[in-house]
Design a protein around this ligand. Structure first.
Ligand code: DX5
Ligand code: ZN
Length: 221
């Protein structure tokens, strides 16, 4: 069984973003995860379009953009124009989720819906077939370097069961507090995509940390 690994650029050294992204390009990582925060939906602010534009110029990996912003529907076409591969919107930020998802797909991107730790996976029962991916937040969104919330494992199992029951191809991504131990647990529960920030960027050797994580399923804990 293989899985997709998406390092989160939020934990990178922002003074040397180009260098960090080039290292990701040379690594076994599959996607690049980009966290966009507005200081309203979450208690933190990261980067916007000018920085994303620069990231796009350097990254060879498909961009997995995680929007932690209110009214994400306002910016769909701008993300499409930048060449974003997967656009993640928060369930809690979308009053008309079906409409937002349809617009993302009509714009030519893959559509993902993100669930905060308190939002039950059952909220997606009637839209799951329309989603390319569900992102389970295993920390409260806003910051890297937080501890994994153990209840996320049960959510992943329930979501996997729902996806199989509906015969959907929806991927499950998990974001927050992922390291070798928690990464292995979430993959065993049914995850397809791991996001990792702190574990990768605060290691001594980024490419080695990515390699180690890609071996996770054969690693003995
Ligand atoms: C948190 C972000 C995450 C974060 C993950 O709100 O969505 O993508 O960068 O960082 P770690 O892996 O350090 O928890
Ligand atoms: Zn994220």
């Amino acid at each position: 069984m293989s899985f997709i690994l998406a390092p989160s650029i939020l934990s990178a050294d922002c003074l040397h973003l180009e260098r960090e992204i080039k290292l990701i390009n040379q690594s076994e990582a599959d996607w690049l995860h980009v966290d966009i925060m507005d200081g309203v939906f979450v208690p933190n602010i990261t980067f916007g379009f000018p920085v994303l534009e620069s990231i796009v110029k350097v990254s060879d990996k498909p961009l997995d953009v995680h929007l932690m912003i209110v009214e994400p529907q306002k910016f769909i076409l701008q993300f499409r124009d930048l060449g974003v591969y997967m656009l993640n919107v928060h369930y809690e930020a979308c009053l008309h989720l079906h409409s937002v998802v349809s617009k993302i797909k009509a714009a030519g991107m893959k559509a993902a819906v993100t669930l905060n730790p308190h939002t039950p996976v059952e909220s997606l029962e009637d839209i799951i077939q329309d989603l390319d991916m569900v992102l389970i937040m295993s920390v409260n969104p806003g910051f890297s370097g937080q501890s994994f919330i153990p209840q996320s494992i049960n959510k992943i199992s329930r979501l996997k069961e729902m996806i199989l029951r509906k015969g959907s191809n929806t991927l499950i991504e998990v974001d927050g507090g992922i390291n070798i131990e928690t990464g292995k647990q979430v993959l065993e529960a049914g995850a397809d995509v791991l996001v990792a920030g702190n574990f990768i960027f605060n290691s001594d050797n980024l490419k080695e940390a990515i390699h180690k994580m890609k071996q996770i399923l054969t690693t003995k804990l």
